[in-house]
Design a protein around this ligand. Structure first.
Ligand SMILES: Cc1cc2nc3c(=O)[nH]c(=O)nc-3n(C[C@H](O)[C@H](O)[C@H](O)COP(=O)(O)O)c2cc1C
Length: 386
């Protein structure tokens, strides 16, 4: 799917999705750490019926997978978050709509049916009224949970974007015209609708400013502030009475603080290596966070999840479920809603097969005993899909 997306999307767009911060060490490390773990199968276990279901904060999931928040999905396909929301609905897993989504809270709610599971991801904007407005709209749209992302005090230097001159909305000029001409399907879609591309949730609040062309980092800088501390999370807790998750935790002490501030779940995440370069791989820090808070709240994780076996490893090490970002965006770029669905069904069948081969009939029964840390030396498993 990644190869397909690379062929179908202009380089600037593919790199925006695929890239990470600075040297991209953490992007690679997320994968390398997962690849190092070996699985310890049990034999002669009845695995004829495999149960993949689980729950997060009491909300049911058909498998331990969530489509994580990603901004501006219309960059990959004109149907953007509408297609992602519908794909998640058809597979009975949640989709977390980003504050920086291209379609709005209301658009995505209207495009999906009653049985959809939408969660809303909040970036703490410096204008509290705007945060309040977003949370009210999420509540009105029957979004089941709020995920506050806390690992972006400032936007990291994503050097591929800087080199490519990536802006929001993207600009096609002499530098990339040939590339755009070669990706005719994407370019036709972009010319039809993409030039209006903006952050759907903020258009009203921004007024005419919404039409400006800036880098993602500039947009973020203008809307947020690096000043926030834990009290801002406590404020969100005071105004949102549904499940509240905190995304971007990498230390047990921060996990404890988030729980003390009212979080119902923790998402161990380094933003897929897009924020602090050299942040540790998430699968390595997951067990410490689970030991610190796992008995009181659900712990989720993301970063580098590409296979059913990756989900098995994360759940075995204590995650209730995994989020993913890039894989479903590759699917979206490759084939819209069908592409996203295909990524989810691939992961579902891999997960089911992996459980069978592992001798475990329910994802919920996975435990640390199934994982051998440092079982596979690093160079032996250089996954083709990164
Ligand atoms: C293109 C793109 C945009 C993203 N936008 C957001 C966002 O708006 N909010 C957020 O909390 N995380 C965002 N993320 C991070 C993802 O939610 C997730 O943490 C990360 O992609 C997981 O790593 P993976 O891509 O290896 O699965 C984004 C990631 C990508 C690739």
């Amino acid at each position: 799917m990644r190869d397909l997306a690379r062929r179908r999307l202009p380089k600037m767009i593919f790199d925006f999705i695929d890239g990470g911060a600075e040297t991209e060490a953490t992007v690679r490390a997320n994968r390398a750490a997962l690849d190092r773990l070996a699985l310890r199968p049990k034999v002669l276990v009845d695995v004829a019926d495999r149960d993949l279901t689980t729950s997060v904060c009491g909300l049911p999931l058909s498998m331990p997978l969530i489509l994580g928040p990603t901004g501006l999905a219309r960059l990959a396909h004109p149907d953007g978050e509408l297609a992602i929301g519908r794909a998640a609905q058809s597979q009975h897993i949640p989709f977390v709509l980003s504050t920086g989504s291209s379609f709005s809270i209301e658009d995505v709610a209207a495009a999906t049916g009653d049985d959809r599971q939408l969660w809303f991801q909040l970036y703490l904007l410096k204008d509290r009224k705007l945060n309040e407005n977003l949370l009210e709209r999420a509540k009105k749209g029957a979004y089941e949970a709020v995920v506050v992302t806390v690992d972006v005090p400032v936007v990291a230097a994503r050097e591929r974007d800087l080199r490519n001159g990536m802006t929001v909305p993207p600009h096609i000029g002499p530098r990339n015209a040939l590339d755009a001409a070669r990706r005719i399907r994407w370019t036709a879609g972009f010319l039809r609708s993409g030039r209006k591309l903006s952050m759907g949730n903020l258009i009203e609040a921004l007024g005419p400013e919404a039409k400006n062309v800036k880098t993602a980092a500039q947009w973020f800088h203008d809307l947020t502030t690096p000043k926030f501390d834990w009290s801002e999370l406590q404020w969100v807790r005071s105004v949102w009475d549904g499940p509240l998750m905190v995304k971007g935790i990498l230390r047990p002490d921060d996990a404890r603080r988030a729980v003390d501030s009212g979080a119902d779940a923790i998402v161990v995440s380094n933003h897929g290596g897009r924020q602090l370069d050299f942040a540790p791989p998430t699968i390595d820090v997951l067990p410490g966070v689970v030991d610190a808070v796992g008995s009181s709240v659900d712990v989720l994780m993301d970063g580098g999840i590409r296979r059913g076996s990756d989900i098995v490893k994360a759940v075995a090490l204590g995650a209730k479920a995994c989020l993913m970002g890039r894989p479903y965006l590759y699917g979206l770029g490759a084939g819209g809603q069908a592409g996203v669905e295909s990524v989810i069904t691939m992961l579902r069948s891999e997960l089911s097969r992996c459980l069978a081969l592992l001798g475990c009939s329910a994802a919920r029964d996975l435990s640390r005993d199934f994982v051998q840390l440092d079982g596979i030396p690093a160079p032996a498993n250089r996954a083709r899909v990164t």
